[in-house]
Structure formats: C-alpha cells, structure tokens
Design a protein around this ligand. Sequence first.
Ligand code: COI
Length: 366
Amino acid sequence: MPTERFELLPNAAPTADAVREEILANPGFGQYFTDHMAHVRWTLDAGWHGREVRPYGPLTLDPAAAVLHYAQEIFEGIKAYRHADGSIWTFRPEKNAERFRRSARRLALPELTDEDFIGSLKALLAQDHAWVPTPRSEADECSLYLRPFMIASEKFLGVRPAQEVDYYVIASPAAAYFKGGVEPVSIWLSEHYKRAAPGGTGFAKCGGNYAASLAAQKEASAQGCGQVAFLDAAENKWIEELGGMNLFFVFKDGRIATPRLTDTILEGVTRDSVLTLARDEGLTPEERPISIDEWREGAASGEITEVFACGTAAVITPVGELVTEQERIRLLGDNGNPIAKRLRAKLLDLQYGRVEDTHGWLTRLV
Ligand code: COI
C-alpha cells in the first residue's frame, strides 16, 4: 500500500523534540495531537481525490456544512504500538476499515477502500512516527491513538446525503484510558436514556450515538461511576454495551459470554479478538442475549465470577459494580479478576510484539 499517493505538505513549525518528549512521558488520553493529519476529499463527480498529509490544525468549514446540522459523520479508533526494535505496528486495521464502510453505508457517506484507509495511517505515521511512545514496562499500555473520521462538508441546508465529504486522520499519544489502569470501574445503569433502537444507527460508529450517551454519562458521573451500561430499547431488559465499550461476563464453569451482535450494538474489534483469545485460553466463548436479571442473579449466586469492559481505547478493564437507582450489583467476593487480567496481558503482548502473532493480526506501519 504505497504512501506516495499521499502528497506531503510538511509542518514548518513542528513541536520541539523536548516538548514532545515531555508530552509522551505523561500523555493522558486525547489531549495532545501530533504535527500532521492525513486528508482525502470526496465529491460526487470526482470520487476520492486530493490525498495529502498536511500540518495538523483547525479546519475551515462553511457554517452551512451538513455535518454541523445533521451530524452526517462517522469515525474509527485504532492504535499504533511501538515494538522493542523500534518498529511501529497496528492491530487488525482491515477490521476497522470494514466497519468504517459499514458505518458509511448507514450514514449515507461514501465508502473508503482498505487501500486508502490503511494507506492514510501509513502516510501519517511516516511523518509523525516520533510521536509513538515507547512502553516503559509490560504493564505500560502507551500508544499513539489514531482517529480516522469522515464528515459531510457540503454547504447545503437541505436534508439529503452530502455531495462533498472530507476524510481525515488525526493522532494523539495515549496512556491508559481509565486513570486507575486495571482497577475495577463502577458502572451506572441507564434506565431512562437509550443509546440505540432497532433499525437505528447503534451498530455504526457515528458521533450521534456518542452524543446520545452523554446525558446518561452525566448521570453516571453524578453517581460516582466512570461509565454507563445501556439496555435494549424494545424490552428494557437485555444488556447491550457501555456506549464506547463492549461487555463480557466470566462464569465459574469456564464460559465467557458477551451480548450477541444486533443492529443496536457496535461490533468491537477488541470484542472479536477477546472471543478468539478466550478460546485459545481454553475458555468457552458464548455470544447470546444476556439480561440484567442474569447479571444480578449470577453476581449474587457466584455463577458470574468477573465482568469486564473492552475496547480499543480501554483495552480490557474489570467492572467492579453495577449501580442502579434501586441497588448495587456486586460480585460475590473479590477474586482479583484473573481472567480479565490474563486476557488483557495476552492482548497487550500480541499488540506490542512480545509473543508470536499466530492469528496474523498485526500490520506494520513504519
Ligand atoms: C475506542 O475505544 O477507540 C473508542 O472509540 C471509544 C471511545 C471511548 C474512545
């Protein structure tokens, strides 16, 4: 996948080395951005064209741009990892590229090929590779978080699919998504707000889904919880996801279950990888409907021994308790979440090149 197709417009005033190193020592999540961004333009007449890597900076958008009014927008999240020999790799990018096309179809946006999706990551990293942090230990999950996104930039207030669209990739050095690392998080159960409905956009990675989750997230924060769990809109009974992460339940007999995919659940790349790694570890993965009653009863009886959340940003993070308006659902006893920790270590070892990539999941960027 040649990066030469992307014209380089270099940043004339890149971040000084000493400043960048200071940022990389403590990047947090999503606060700092690299010196460049990748960009490809699409118009109905010309298709995708104008591939470039240009200085990172504010966009010029017409105030009538469709995205600002009707939220015709999609995005992805994917990371770049530095291996011990200095090379830089990413994880299953073709899965993100495929999901980006699924999201594009649902939001009536143009589809981007694997060649352009993966090519844009390579072209950006060819310039900004110094921004990929070097892990200080095996527990250090630092990476460069890549955020491809597509917006409807056409100046037009009528409601129809835009005929002018822009695709960008920006990059942000990242430490653990949750400040506590693998410390269990508390989760708030959203009983009034729904994230997605059948036939809607729940399976697509579009900004609107995340906007719809924010009022519930605000409730969660007021309750001292770090995340929100959403139930299905039709029956208010089935566990869907956390809005930015998928959920897994570990059972004492070795089963490990996650909600079956429907059009109201985002198909996480980490979710899919955990299903495979769990089988490699001798566990029995299950994809099936899981009700809030099963969570409550399994926690109380000791049938469920661990609950964890997973996503690209969060990797694998144990869930300590589920807080609702009526109750606090806690697991019987604290076993220290050994399965979540084992799967997390396996995944990180693979992503950082510390074990053989037997599934062929890594793609070299630099
Ligand atoms: C990701 O995991 O990459 C996401 O896009 C979710 C968000 C919580 C950052």
